[in-house]
Ligand binder design. Structure first.
Ligand code: UD1
Length: 314
């Protein structure tokens, strides 16, 4: 048994990590500002975890977060490309300042390893597919730049101070508990909610842009491997499926599964939207033994089952 702090643990991906760690018998602390996270996401493990509400950009909160912890899974972020375009300074505080404070606190507390939640957005519009970790970054938005700064800070803390850090670059993660309620939410959660509520969702641009949609359990597996595999400090790993589908195709699949005849509304493309995004996961396969095994259709079916059980008001 080890002690883990999951920052952003009341959020979508963080809450799945917290559940997986509790299931493995670990001691778990969650720290979350509840700006985008919700206590209800932790309902299944509420009694088994310690919860701290706070802003990790405050050095005191970051210190309290890591105190007594072996491992840090730093998932806290404002995870939205369009929100970062609208509010770059607000997102900078959550995505960069809080990461720096967590790195400093982890270094000072003698944490064994910090895993940083990176993002595929750092690849930008470089046309080569699939994306390999060693490709040059081309951040197109504040969010992408902030995630790039976070992972470079993490790597620097490894080389400069010897703090073990690993970055997991997520692609487009989906699954139960992804919050559909904001215009900044992930596309799958928005489409599902609209179809179930009988509303027409928007497709931005021509819908032929593609994404490597990754089921959340696959991400949890990748993060825990990144945390446990020896000898990988300072490294970056794509955590995704290695395939991609278009937004139009995604829409058709969801339409079929919900039995809905509702057609989308096509609107102008989003500023800073990446055209195509597909991961090369050979590094994670070879070094971490990572092997995504949830089929896209199965992940969608589980997400849909969850969404059907959710009150529409959320
Ligand atoms: C990006 C990042 C991802 C990051 C995530 C955080 C890339 C390739 N991916 O996702 O790594 O973790 O942000 O949020 O940069 N769309 C619609 N209608 C909608 C909503 C979205 O058509 O109602 C379209 C978008 O224009 C986009 C695609 O769906 O082309 C995916 O959008 P979204 O789910 O917001 O994620 P990304 O911006 O791709």
């Amino acid at each position: 048994m080890a002690a883990y702090v999951v920052t952003g643990g009341a959020g979508f991906i963080g809450s799945h990590l917290a559940e997986a760690l509790v299931a493995r018998g670990h001691r778990v602390r969650v720290v979350d500002s509840l700006v985008t996270g919700h206590r209800r996401n932790l309902a299944a493990v509420a009694k088994a975890i310690e919860f701290i509400e706070g802003d990790l950009a405050e050095p005191d909160v970051a210190r309290a977060a890591v105190s007594g912890m072996d491992f840090v899974l730093h998932q806290a972020a404002i995870p939205s490309v369009p929100r970062s375009v609208a509010e770059p300074a607000f997102c900078h505080r959550a995505n960069v300042e809080a990461t720096l404070q967590m790195l400093i606190a982890s270094r000072d507390a003698g944490v064994r390893r910090l895993v940083f939640a990176g993002s595929s957005s750092v690849y930008g519009n470089e046309p080569t597919q699939p994306k390999r970790e060693e490709m040059p970054a081309d951040p197109l938005t504040p969010y992408a730049l902030q995630k790039l700064v976070g992972e470079q800070y993490a790597r620097m803390f490894t080389s400069l101070y010897g703090l073990e850090t690993v970055t997991t670059r997520y692609f487009n993660v989906f699954g139960p508990r992804q919050d559909p309620s904001s215009p900044y939410s992930g596309v799958i959660s928005i489409f599902i909610r609209a179809l179930l509520d009988g509303r027409r969702p928007a497709i931005y641009g021509d819908g032929e842009q593609t994404r490597d949609f990754t089921y959340v359990a696959t991400v949890v597996d990748g993060v825990l491997r990144a945390c446990e595999t020896p000898g990988v400090a300072g490294r970056v790993f794509n955590i995704a499926t290695g395939s991609r589908i278009s937004i139009n195709r995604l829409y058709r699949v969801l339409q079929q599964l919900t039995g809905s005849g509702i057609e989308p509304v096509y609107e102008a493309a989003r500023t800073g939207d990446v055209r195509d995004s597909q991961a090369d996961i050979s590094r994670a396969r070879a070094v971490l033994g990572f092997s995504p095994d949830v089929r896209f259709e199965d992940g969608i079916a589980r997400t849909l089952a969850w969404a059907r059980a959710e009150p529409a008001a959320r």
